[in-house]
Write a protein that binds this ligand. Structure first.
Ligand code: GDP
Length: 461
């Protein structure tokens, strides 16, 4: 496991960093211009202070980022003083896990960059290069392909040291911080106020993580007052940031709108089901369906009355089923679509069924992105417990989802637990907070609370 890693200064520069393997910034981003007619929920205006902070960020990104003059002479592995990038400081996000996790991880890293006056760069490998428009005008967030610390060989040369060993006096040029689910007690010290002064002096931070750690930023004294100014309504932090950062590329947008226009556009109401089963071999299909149907029936999410009532003149509805498996689509189609189409005007669709999660596959990730965005056009969302995929869809949609508690052999649930719960807001759950995040530390005023679906998780409330 790579833990908070300090890299000793090595001279690899000056380098002309070629943007190999990355797409040039698109001239126009069609989804950014058109999405408001697809996402039905009206997004609240960006708070004015957040807007001005984002504009300042964009200027900084242009000035320091990979397309700037200063970046070409920046020395990521030199000492702070060597760095020709002057006052430019960077945070590099290294993705891991699936698309939902990556979007949460990137969003958290971006907010950290915003708060610490850093420039965010992403280390997308080929499997994600074509999914998004460049978020920052006239620049790129992609880390150049030939960047020194991307090379395995170079990384191996670096000294690795725990946070606890780091001298408070000498800040390294580059610090790699590991914050994934199995991160240890020392890595967790990143979330302690007393270490932020040190972190601040490191010009290049590389974060390896996949979670939504924003609730922990709100708990830190260092950032709290600025965060409260940026987000007067802290229930929409993710909603604002995810929509700002992630716009489908023109290629992805063509696929999303093509499917939407062909199947979903005509319905008066769209219902999105996101069904994520983490252990399909050990989780009976019938147990998952039971949870889904008890949720939809109890809360009348599809039919206004009992499932048994035949309804004529019902509003026309389309149901989108997003799942790796086709079985859930077939069952829901049988229950609500085929069996009732004559009487209710409900139609059920699925855009893809990939079977299982792949890694390093661009077209697989494109389908995942398409499903997330199609889900986010829903008026009603039914998502799966513990799934970051569902958190992202709900966040983009601006729709509080019904979270179905999917049976999980490793985390059995109580028999009296409800089949689903309505999310209290649009904020994702941070699945792996450090132990000292509980209970809400004194003075944080109940900013964070428990998640609906993960008893050990933490979310903004
Ligand atoms: P999580 O594992 O549910 O938290 O979500 P992630 O997005 O992090 O990882 C799951 C990955 O599995 C996705 O990125 C996709 O690659 C794939 N996947 C899971 N559910 C779906 C789905 O409904 N549709 C598609 N197309 N892919 C999915």
């Amino acid at each position: 496991v790579l833990i908070a890693t300090v890299c000793s200064p090595i001279s690899y520069f000056p380098l002309k960093f070629a943007l190999s393997g990355s797409t040039p910034p698109e001239q126009t981003c069609e989804s950014r211009e058109q999405r408001s007619s697809y996402l039905k929920h009206r997004t609240p205006e960006l708070p004015p202070y957040l807007l001005s902070k984002l504009q300042a960020y964009e200027r900084r990104h242009r000035r320091c980022g990979p397309l700037s003059e200063s970046f070409n002479t920046t020395s990521p592995l030199g000492t702070h003083n060597d760095s020709a990038g002057g006052d430019c400081k960077f945070v590099v996000y290294t993705p891991s896990q699936g698309l939902g996790n990556r979007i949460l991880g990137l969003t958290s890293t971006f907010l950290f960059a915003l708060l610490t006056d850093r420039v965010l760069l992403v280390d997308f490998s080929a499997d994600m290069g074509e999914l998004f428009c460049e978020p920052f005008p006239n620049s790129t967030w992609l880390l150049p392909g030939n960047f020194p610390f991307k090379s395995e060989e170079n990384v191996k040369k670096f000294k690795m040291r725990h946070f606890r060993d780091i001298s408070q006096n000498s800040a390294p040029a580059l610090l790699q911080i590991f914050l994934q689910d199995k991160y240890n007690e020392y890595d967790k010290l990143f979330f302690k106020d007393e270490n932020q002064g040190f972190v601040e002096r490191v010009p290049w931070l590389v974060l390896i993580h996949d979670g939504y750690f924003i609730p922990c930023l709100f708990q830190m004294q260092t950032f709290r007052s600025e965060l409260e100014k940026l987000f007067p309504d802290q229930e929409t932090v993710f909603h604002h940031l995810v929509k700002y950062l992630f716009s489908p590329s023109n290629q992805a947008w063509g696929q999303i709108t093509g499917f939407y226009e062909a199947y979903l556009a005509k319905a008066e109401e769209r219902i999105g089901f996101q069904i994520r089963v983490f252990e399909p071999k050990q989780t009976p299909f019938t147990a998952v369906m039971k949870q889904i149907t008890s949720c939809t029936q109890k809360h009348r999410l599809i039919l206004p009355q009992s499932d048994e009532v035949t309804l004529r003149n019902e509003t026309s509805k389309s149901i989108l089923v997003a799942s790796l498996s086709r079985k859930y689509y077939e069952e829901i189609d049988w229950m609500y679509g085929r069996r009732r189409r004559q009487s209710t005007g409900i139609a059920v669709y699925q855009a893809s069924h990939e079977g299982k999660q792949h890694s390093g596959d661009n077209s697989h990730n494109m389908k995942a992105w398409m499903d997330i965005y199609l889900l986010s056009t829903s008026d009603v969302l039914v998502t799966s417990s513990m799934s970051t995929f569902g958190y992202v869809a709900a966040g983009i949609a601006g729709v509080k989802p019904w979270i179905v508690m999917i049976p999980d052999p490793y985390h059995p649930r109580g028999a009296d637990e409800p089949a689903c719960e309505r999310a209290i807001n649009l904020e994702p759950c941070f699945h792996f907070p450090p132990w000292f995040a509980y209970p809400d530390p004194p003075g944080t005023g109940g900013l964070v609370g428990r998640c609906e679906d993960v008893s050990w998780g933490l979310k903004l409330v």
